[in-house]
Design a protein. Structure first.
Length: 427
């Protein structure tokens, strides 16, 4: 994978200072275990955990419909990997078909319930994977209850239910009593860092993703992202984001020039927002800091957001992500259409996209807009696993540089508490 920080516009002294500040974090990542906050990095060495999830996926033979019940960190990593590897339309074009129950929106849920009912009536092989780290997520439990009511009419339905949660959670206990399959999320692995745990491993394995290659890519990233040198992309990315935040660049746009990477951008959006958006520093000082993550898709969003980006406020740092090798589609030679647009006849669509990307970067550079470039060799499991792990370590390092806790999410609990209070008042 190629990482280019040439246009990140970070002075050399800032890089040197940042690397010195991160040395402790490098050591913590290198010696990660389930006993500290770097637990997500330790997942890569837990072969038993991965094998158990993989073995259960193999047990679920000839699955025709997979429904993943979870929200945020419980499903975004799965969507990101599946879309990147299997394509933008994987949810409808793969076997098994997969549905994501991630909102209590009534119309959306009604469609899922209807499809589940049709599958049950047709005696199709269905698997429901409910994912909640706490085991008490309001939306997830509400949705699971609704779906369980449909599938429990099937003989031996318990073998079709997989519960993924913290050991000893209320949902874990319900799974035990109900006789469902249970997969454990290690205690200190937060939802947004959990894609290499059973949260992502089980459903991705059911979808036919090569889990070993995914992990191999992540291990590769870890090997060079714990190094205290100027070639460490996770460190350089964190230093660039911290430097430009101080310069007023409070928005980080992930601009993907491959449609199938959009979900990866959405996964990263949660990762950055929850990890860095904080009210207080580690010492308790009120700072209300954060970086607003946005996601753009090239070249689509050049026609919706490009005007703002290239003429609006200079408050953004951008990471461009593209893929070197893609299927070849050639534009036919056509004299009539040659009159409409010059210099595209006989070229591939990849040629055109590369020209658009290079043109966009040139326009950004001329306006002194900082950006980082990442090029994946291809959209396969190894490349995607590498990028995911690099981004998680980058975010952890950024938390260290900003002196905030990149592992908690106290703000999210505020809406959850109010939701429970309102529901209790309507009994």
């Amino acid at each position: 994978m190629n990482y280019d920080f040439t246009n990140a516009a970070v002075p050399a002294p800032a890089v040197t200072t940042g690397l010195k500040a991160l040395r402790k974090a490098f050591k913590e990542a290198e010696n990660a275990s389930y006993e500290n906050n770097m637990a997500s990095v330790a997942l890569l060495d837990d072969f038993d955990l991965v094998n158990r999830a993989g073995a259960l996926a193999k047990h679920m033979k000839d699955v025709e419909l997979l429904i993943i019940v979870g929200i945020g960190g419980s499903n975004l990593g799965t969507v990101a990997v599946a879309q990147a590897v299997l394509g933008k339309h994987f949810a409808t074009h793969t076997t098994p078909r997969v549905l994501f129950a991630d909102t209590v929106d009534s119309a959306y849920t009604h469609d899922i319930v209807s499809e589940l009912q049709q599958a049950v009536d047709a005696k199709k092989n269905v698997v429901i994977n409910v994912v909640s780290k706490s085991g008490t997520t309001t939306e997830t439990i509400a949705l699971f209850t609704v779906l369980l009511d449909v599938i429990k009419k099937v003989p031996h339905y318990r073998d079709s239910i997989v519960v993924t949660t913290d050991k000893g959670s209320k949902l874990w206990n319900v799974g035990k009593v109900g006789g469902f399959h249970i997969l454990e999320i290690p205690k200190l692995v937060g939802g947004r860092y959990s894609v290499f745990s059973p949260v992502g491993i089980f459903p991705l394995a059911v979808l036919g993703i090569d889990i070993q290659e995914l992990i191999k890519g992540a291990v590769n990233a870890r090997s060079y992202c714990v190094a205290a040198n100027k070639k460490n992309p996770a460190a350089l990315g964190a230093i660039a984001l911290a430097h430009h935040l101080k310069k007023g660049k409070s928005i980080h746009d992930t601009f993907v020039f491959a449609h199938q990477l959009e979900a990866l951008g959405l996964w990263y959006r949660q990762l950055l927002a929850e990890s860095i958006g904080k009210e207080k520093t580690l010492s308790g000082k009120t700072v209300n800091t954060g970086i607003t993550p946005t996601v753009s898709v090239g070249s689509v969003d050049l026609h919706s957001m490009g005007q703002l980006y290239l003429s609006g406020p200079l408050d953004k740092i951008t990471t461009f992500v593209d893929v070197a090798t893609e299927p070849s589609v050639t534009i036919p030679l056509n004299k009539e259409f040659a009159l409409l647009v010059d210099n595209i006849q006989g070229k591939t669509l990849k040629d055109v996209m590369n020209a658009i990307l290079d043109g966009t970067k040139t326009a950004y550079a001329k306006r002194a807009m900082p950006f980082v470039s990442i090029t994946l060799p291809r959209c396969d499991e190894k490349s995607v696993g590498e990028l995911l792990q690099m981004k998680m370590l980058e975010t952890i390092y950024l938390g260290h540089l900003l002196n905030v806790n990149p592992f908690d999410q106290e703000g999210v609990e505020k809406y959850k508490a109010e939701t429970r209070r309102i529901l209790a008042s309507k009994r």
